[in-house]
Design a protein around this ligand. Structure first.
Ligand SMILES: Cc1cc2nc3c(=O)[nH]c(=O)nc-3n(C[C@H](O)[C@H](O)[C@H](O)COP(=O)(O)OP(=O)(O)OC[C@H]3O[C@@H](n4cnc5c(N)ncnc54)[C@H](O)[C@@H]3O)c2cc1C
Length: 335
C-alpha cells in the first residue's frame, strides 16, 4: 500500500493512539486522530484531585499486555505504580488462605482440589486441542483455522488449520462443560464477569479467551499486576506526546461518507478527505445517551449488512463513582 495514504482514526483512547503509533512505525505517517473529548485516554481516565491522580477507569495491566509494553518502550516510561495485593478474610476479619490444602479448606470447599486439576487440564487443552486459540483478532476461527499474531513478546505471525477452534463460538460455560473443566469458570469469573464484561452463559468462549487467555488469567490469579504511579491515563498522554500527530481534541465526528474510493469525514462543520478510516469508537449505542455520544452507525453511511451486524452489539453503559470520606467518619483508618 502507498505509504502516503491519508488515514483517519476515530477515537483517542488506547486503541486509536496505538493505531497511530503502529502506523507511524510501519511508515504510514499521514494520519489524523479525532478525539471527541478534551483529553486523550478514553476509559483510562486518571483525573487530578488535590494534586494527586485517581483512577476512574482502568487501573492495572499484566505482563502479557505486550502492546502496552510496546507503548511504554516507545515513550520511555514503565509501570512504576504501587504493587497491588489481595487477601481473603473470614467474617471476623481474620486473613485466611482459602486455596491452601488444609483440612478446613477441603471440608469447606471440596471442589477446590478438583478445580486445580481442571485448571491444569484446561491449560493443556488450550495449548494442544485449541492451538491457535489466542491468536490476536481470532481471524479464521469460524472456519477452523488461525491466522494472526501470537500472544508472545515477539508476536510472531502464525497460521494453521485447527477445526477444534470452531468450538470457540460456544458460550464459555458450554465450552468449559464440553471439555470437562466446568470449575475453571470460578477462576475466570473474577476478572471477567465481576469486571463487567458479561456472563458465561451468553458470551462466546472466543471473546472470553481473547481478553483472558491462559497466561493473562494466571497473572490475575497470582496478582502479578502492573500499575502506573500517575495512573493509566498517563500512558496514553505520554503516547499522545510522542507520536508525530497528537490527537485532535474536541473533535466529535458528525458524518462519514464513503464514495469514489475515498472517505469524507465531517468534524466541527468541516469536511476532510481520507483514503482509509480506522474506527476505535463504539460501533452501536442503543438508545440516546445524555452526553450526546453516538454509535458509529448513527454518523456513518452504514450499509444494510453493517447495520445488521452492529445492531447485535450490546453497549453497556458503565458509570464509575468516587466518594469523599472524612477521617472522622472512620477513626479506625489511618490516613
Ligand atoms: C471502570 C473501568 C475499569 C477498567 N479497568 C481496567 C483495568 O484495570 N485494566 C485494563 O486492562 N482495562 C480496564 N478497563 C478497560 C480499558 O479501559 C479499555 O479496554 C480501554 O480503555 C479500551 O480502549 P479503546 O481505545 O478501545 O476505547 P476507549 O477507551 O473507550 O476510547 C475510545 C475513545 O473514542 C472517543 N470517541 C468516541 N466516539 C467518538 C467520536 N464520534 N468521535 C471522536 N472520538 C470519539 C472516546 O471519547 C474515547 O476517548 C476498564 C474500563 C473501565 C470502564
Amino acid at each position: 500500500m502507498d505509504k502516503n495514504i491519508r488515514i483517519a482514526i476515530i477515537g483517542g483512547g488506547p486503541a486509536g493512539l496505538s493505531a497511530g503509533m503502529y502506523l507511524e512505525q510501519k511508515g504510514y505517517e499521514n494520519y489524523v486522530i479525532f478525539e471527541r473529548n478534551d483529553r486523550v485516554g478514553g476509559k483510562c481516565w486518571s483525573p487530578y484531585y488535590n494534586g494527586r491522580r485517581y483512577e476512574m477507569g482502568a487501573i492495572m495491566g499484566v505482563p502479557s499486555y505486550y502492546a502496552v509494553e510496546d507503548v511504554e518502550k516507545f515513550c520511555g516510561i514503565t509501570h512504576d505504580g504501587p504493587k497491588l495485593n489481595r487477601n481473603y478474610k473470614d467474617s471476623q476479619g481474620n486473613v485466611i488462605e482459602p486455596f491452601a490444602r488444609t483440612l478446613g479448606n477441603i471440608i469447606r470447599n471440596p471442589w477446590m482440589l478438583k478445580m486445580k486439576g481442571q485448571l491444569k487440564k484446561f491449560g493443556e487443552l488450550l495449548e494442544t486441542k485449541y492451538k491457535g486459540y489466542d491468536v490476536n483478532g481470532h481471524r479464521g476461527v469460524a472456519e477452523g483455522r488461525y491466522d494472526g499474531y501470537a500472544v508472545t513478546p515477539g508476536r510472531e505471525k502464525i497460521e494453521g488449520e485447527n477445526p477444534n477452534l470452531k468450538d470457540l463460538a460456544l458460550p464459555f460455560k458450554q465450552f468449559c462443560e464440553m471439555n470437562g473443566v466446568p470449575l475453571v469458570q470460578k477462576i475466570w469469573i473474577g476478572p471477567f464477569t465481576s469486571f463487567g464484561y458479561g456472563y458465561f452463559d451468553e458470551i462466546p468462549a472466543a471473546y472470553v479467551l481473547k481478553y483472558l487467555d491462559f497466561q493473562t488469567c494466571m497473572n490475575f490469579v497470582k496478582v502479578n499486576l502492573w500499575t502506573w504511579e500517575q495512573g493509566t491515563q498517563y500512558i496514553w498522554e505520554q503516547l499522545n506526546d510522542h507520536i508525530k500527530h497528537p490527537a485532535r481534541l474536541n473533535s466529535a465526528i458528525e458524518k462519514v461518507e464513503r464514495h469514489d474510493g475515498k472517505v469524507f469525514v465531517t468534524v466541527n462543520g468541516e469536511v476532510e478527505e481520507f483514503d482509509k478510516i480506522i474506527v476505535t469508537a463504539p460501533l452501536h449505542i442503543p438508545g440516546k445517551r445524555a452526553d450526546g455520544q453516538k454509535g458509529m452507525d448513527e454518523y456513518f453511511d452504514v450499509r444494510d449488512d453493517e447495520k445488521e451486524l452492529f445492531s447485535k452489539i450490546d453497549y453497556e453503559r458503565y458509570d464509575v463513582q468516587a466518594f469523599l470520606t472524612k477521617p472522622e467518619d472512620h477513626p479506625e483508618i489511618s490516613y
